[in-house]
Design a binder for this molecule. Sequence first.
Ligand SMILES: Nc1nc2c(ncn2[C@@H]2O[C@H](COP(=O)(O)OP(=O)(O)O)[C@@H](O)[C@H]2O)c(=O)[nH]1
Ligand SMILES: [Mg+2]
Length: 173
Amino acid sequence: MNAKLSTSEAIRTENNRAWRFMLFGGVGAGKTTLLHALEGNNLDLAVKSQMIDYSGWGIDSPGEYSEMGQYRQVLLTAAFDAQLILVVQDACRNETVFPPHYFLMFPQQVLGVVSKIDAEGADPIRARRLLEEMGVTEKVFFVSSLTGLGISSLKEYLIKWPEPENLSKGVKQ
Ligand SMILES: Nc1nc2c(ncn2[C@@H]2O[C@H](COP(=O)(O)OP(=O)(O)O)[C@@H](O)[C@H]2O)c(=O)[nH]1
Ligand SMILES: [Mg+2]
């Protein structure tokens, strides 16, 4: 397993269940910047208490692994450690690095994140369509990690996860 942390070190929810999410996306999609934005936001006290060990919450995967077919197995192995998948699509790019329907094979809930919505040439609607083509059938968040736009609602969703209304697939706990 390509685990950065043992399960006991992973973030714990209010009901004390450890869980992590994993970021998928091509080189330069904005995955690492997004993680930093999620970590760096100002929070109210209730949120802060859950964010003490935030660094281990998201599994950040090198974009090269998503872009080179032979390395995707490594991602799949790492994904076993995650309960939630976030697929990051750059709003400025008119292509994806995953084949059609790719994310339908994951048993976990798969969310989409359209990144860089602040950037010149960003086309968030196109990016959402690309996510749908990749098999991201659930909620899509639109964010700019640089300006902070959309970050707090994604963060709030992650902090509250897994509430029953957020779950549409069976999730391994
Ligand atoms: N304009 C803009 N640029 C971004 C945003 N997020 C990331 N970037 C830039 O995109 C590039 C790649 O980001 P990075 O997080 O390293 O991508 P990763 O390879 O998916 O981890 C960097 O130059 C970032 O500064 C964003 O929200 N807006
Ligand atoms: Mg990165």
